[in-house]
Design a protein around this ligand. Structure first.
Ligand SMILES: C[S@@+](CC[C@H](N)C(=O)[O-])C[C@H]1O[C@@H](n2cnc3c(N)ncnc32)[C@H](O)[C@@H]1O
Length: 300
């Protein structure tokens, strides 16, 4: 619905099937600079994710929004078995390159990377899912890329149902989104956050589109300063020092998103919510919410 209302605004480059906002390669090219060095994704974030997965005995992980492979690579390096999927071949290109470069390491040799779309995820990778993954992760504000084309969130619900089918009973889903309640209320997006290296992000220009009085689309224009990079990277920089890319998101209200998640996983599953990877009591207005769902198992 929202998409049709803003024919004059570019959401990125459209593709057949799922809309791949990364298809022009702009974001993919500077993604590593935007994120910061892979090894220095903040320690908190790494500690939280790896700590939780180890604590729960998870071994086999499905990363459903692997992008350039940042989270997947971190998990492989930490000894997890990882299957990574993404809809954008422009993003996957970097993950495939990393796998090739490190193919002599057993974990990377076994790393499965597939192109898949959340709307058809289970069918796309049914043979790999088997009895389900110990954990499915969808991190980095990825899920909000799925826009509400019909105005009733049917596609988001379908994607969550597919995630649920990929999690084994007793397994986990970790899924996050920016604090859209705050973005909608303030019209601003923080440049500093748990995932990304604020050193290079000079601005995130924020537009909120309302349709019939309801916030229906958030468009973020990221301005990335490449010249202050003192880290090693194999990215070929464009001549200009500022790179700009635009991404659009569905602005999930926390309450609505939580309800949608509860519907997909059922009332017997367990739900926990974190803010910037801390328990909510420790953080007033987080930039990111992270939902952890433990899928119901008759063995509970
Ligand atoms: C913001 S990037 C995050 C990548 C990575 N998790 C990170 O934090 O760096 C979001 C990713 O979600 C993927 N994506 C968006 N919609 C998708 C869909 N319907 N199916 C599969 N992947 C999708 C995009 O292609 C993109 O690579």
């Amino acid at each position: 619905m929202a998409e049709n209302m803003i024919a004059t605004r570019s959401l990125g480059v459209g593709a057949e099937g799922v809309k791949d906002q990364y298809a022009d390669g702009k974001a993919a090219k500077v993604w590593e600079v935007f994120i910061g060095d892979k090894n220095s994704r903040t320690q908190n974030y790494k500690n939280f994710l790896v700590g939780l997965l180890r604590d729960k005995g998870c071994r086999r992980i499905l990363d459903v929004a692997c992008g350039t492979g940042i989270d997947s690579i971190m998990l492989l390096e930490e000894g997890f078995e990882v299957v990574s999927v993404d809809a954008s071949d422009k993003m996957l290109k970097y993950a495939l390159k990393a796998r090739w470069n490190r193919r002599k390491e057993a974990a990377f040799d076994k790393w499965i990377i597939e192109e898949a779309n959340w709307l058809t995820l289970y069918d796309d990778i049914e043979d790999i899912v088997g009895e389900g993954f110990d954990a499915v992760i969808c991190l980095g504000n990825s899920f909000a890329h799925l826009l509400d084309s019909f105005g009733d969130q049917r596609e988001q619900k379908q994607a969550l149902r597919n995630f649920e089918k990929c999690v084994k009973p007793g397994g986990f889903l970790l899924i996050d989104h920016r604090n859209y309640d705050s973005i909608i209320d303030t019209g601003k997006t923080a440049t500093k956050c748990i995932y990304y290296n604020p050193k290079h992000t000079t601005d995130i220009r924020t537009s909120v589109l309302y349709v019939s009085g309801r916030p229906a689309l958030v468009t973020l224009d990221y301005l990335i300063d490449l010249k202050s990079d003192d880290e090693k990277s194999d990215i070929i920089y464009p001549e200009e020092c500022i790179s700009e890319f635009r991404l659009s998101y569905y602005p999930h209200r926390l309450k609505v998103f939580t309800e949608m998640l509860e519907k997909a996983f059922g009332e017997n599953s367990k739900y926990r919510l974190y803010g910037d990877f801390k328990v909510l009591e420790q953080i007033e207005s987080p930039n990111f919410y992270i939902h952890v769902v433990e899928k119901y198992s008759t063995y509970f």
